[in-house]
Design a protein around this ligand. Structure first.
Ligand code: ARG
Length: 472
């Protein structure tokens, strides 16, 4: 530590901590307000301290700061972490952001050593590092949540592997499927959401630290060491790229938008299934709300809000894409606007996952009603046509036509296909025998769908068990 006389030190004290001697006066109130990010980037405090610890250890290892300085920095940062944790840290807008707030506090606590920490780095590589670490932590938390939801869905799928429900296209009754099959469709979607996060994590896991302001640094820093300390796979290869791209955040938001869309579709189905005309599922008091005027109401608000959160998540993606699209290299202050959309989307996504998991665990399926409607609306018409092809060797188009006439006949009489007697069946296609009735039941229909990925209960049970095993 150099021993500077007090008078000398005061003369060197900057009017403003960030840009020091160049400025004689402070910023206007508006300048300070628009410039400050501490209101939101305080969320990065853990990552900022982690990065500074790695940087200090490296500076000591290469002899740019003394071992005593490193010990002082380490102790000071630990104390600051404790202050923030306990809510005792005073965040100051005049210090602009989390980096300056922590550094100023460090220097206030430990003196000169604190001022040496910023050797060979800039806030530009610092914020890029902190933000990558934050997104990485968010990814790890979200992956765990997605897996929790997948487990919950696969568990319900196993219970309902053989319970028929109407399968829809155009929201019109199409063919019977099992409720387990329907739930496992979402498990597949969620597994791809998880895969997108894993891909994004792989690409983001490089350390920008040491890229400095934009050009790198003349100090003999060890970027491999800091990268390793922070759990990055390697340092980034180009300093300009490292401080100025936010594609890692955009990939995160892209994955968020796609996943939110999946969750929103499921939320929409919950809303439909809970409605009085459907009553396919029931949510308990824990996941519904009442109405202040209509006493009979039991509203699926959580599902509706998950459906709505998609809007802000999509908005976050568009916001950051728009911030980034016209920026010349390298860093520009525009990029300070990268954080709020990511924080907001991550929070909305996490809450949506928790709410959907809660509802999946909470819901009771009304299997009797599902079964009843699985067979309604001529849902086994395709099975009838397939029988004409398989047994009578009719070309599929002819079978389709004959079946269409039988559906019209049943519809005119106001009955289901299985209610037509054999004479009526034969009036349309003389070759039909009573064997036809065996394929017209819902159970026979789902059991026949044994093709790989099809809805046959054995397939569904096996797939659910596979998922539960893989997720255990
Ligand atoms: N608060 C800034 C941000 O979030 C940190 C980087 C500031 N760099 C600068 N050259 N002003 O982007």
């Amino acid at each position: 530590m150099t021993d500077t006389p007090d008078s000398e030190r005061r003369r060197n004290e900057p009017a403003n901590l960030q840009w020091g001697g160049r400025f004689a006066a402070g910023p206007s109130a508006i300048m300070q307000q628009i410039n400050a990010s501490i209101g939101f980037d305080r969320k990065l405090w853990r990552q900022d301290i982690r990065g500074s610890l790695a940087h200090a250890a490296m500076l000591a290892a290469i002899g740019l700061i003394s071992a005593e300085d490193e010990v002082a920095i380490r102790g000071g940062l630990a104390a600051i972490a404790a202050e923030i944790e306990a809510g005792r840290f005073v965040f100051d807008e005049a210090l602009e952001d989390i980096h300056m707030n922590i550094e100023a506090r460090l220097t206030a606590r430990i003196g000169e050593a604190g001022k040496r920490l910023h050797t060979g780095r800039s806030r530009n590589d610092q914020v890029a590092t902190d933000f990558r670490l934050w997104v990485r932590d968010a990814i790890d938390g979200l992956v765990a949540q997605i897996e929790g939801l997948m487990r919950a869905m696969a568990g319900q799928a196993l219970v309902h592997a053989a319970d028929p429900m109407p399968g829809f296209t155009h929201l019109q009754t199409a063919q019977p499927v099992t409720f387990g099959h329907h739930l496992l469709a979402y498990v597949e979607m969620l597994s791809r959401d998880r895969g997108r996060l894993a891909d994004a994590r792989k690409r983001l896991n490089e350390s920008p630290l040491g890229s400095a302001a934009l050009a790198g640094t003349s100090f003999p820093i060890d970027r491999e060491m800091t990268a390793r300390e922070m759990g990055f796979d390697r340092p980034t290869a180009n300093s300009l790229d490292a401080v100025s791209d936010r594609d890692f955040a955009l990939e995160f938001l892209g994955a968020a938008a796609i996943s939110a869309m999946h969750l929103s579709r499921f939320a929409e189905e919950i809303v439909i299934w809970c409605s009085a005309p459907y009553r396919f599922i029931r949510l308990t008091d824990a996941f519904t709300t009442g109405s202040s005027i209509m006493p009979q109401k039991r509203n699926p608000d959580a599902a509706e809000l998950v459906r709505a959160k998609t809007g802000r998540i999509n908005g976050s993606l568009v916001a950051l894409l728009t911030v980034m699209k016209g920026l010349p290299l390298a860093y520009a202050k525009d990029m300070q606007e990268d954080k709020e959309p990511v924080f907001d989307a991550a929070e909305a996504w996490a809450l949506s996952l928790a709410a959907i998991e809660g509802m999946v665990r909470d819901m009771t399926a009304n299997t009797v009603r599902m079964r009843r409607f699985a067979g309604a609306g001529f849902a086994t018409a395709t099975d009838l046509a397939d029988w004409l092809v398989r047994v009578l060797k009719l070309p599929f188009r002819s079978a389709h036509h004959a079946t269409g006439r039988l559906v019209a006949l049943a519809e005119a009489r106001g009955v289901e296909l299985a209610d037509l007697n054999l004479a009526e069946m034969q009036s349309v296609e003389p070759g039909i025998t009573s064997e036809i009735y065996s394929v017209l039941t819902v159970e026979a229909s789902v059991a026949s769908r044994t093709s790989f990925g099809g809805t046959a209960p054995d397939n569904v049970a096996a797939a659910a068990a596979r998922w539960l095993e893989a997720l255990s």
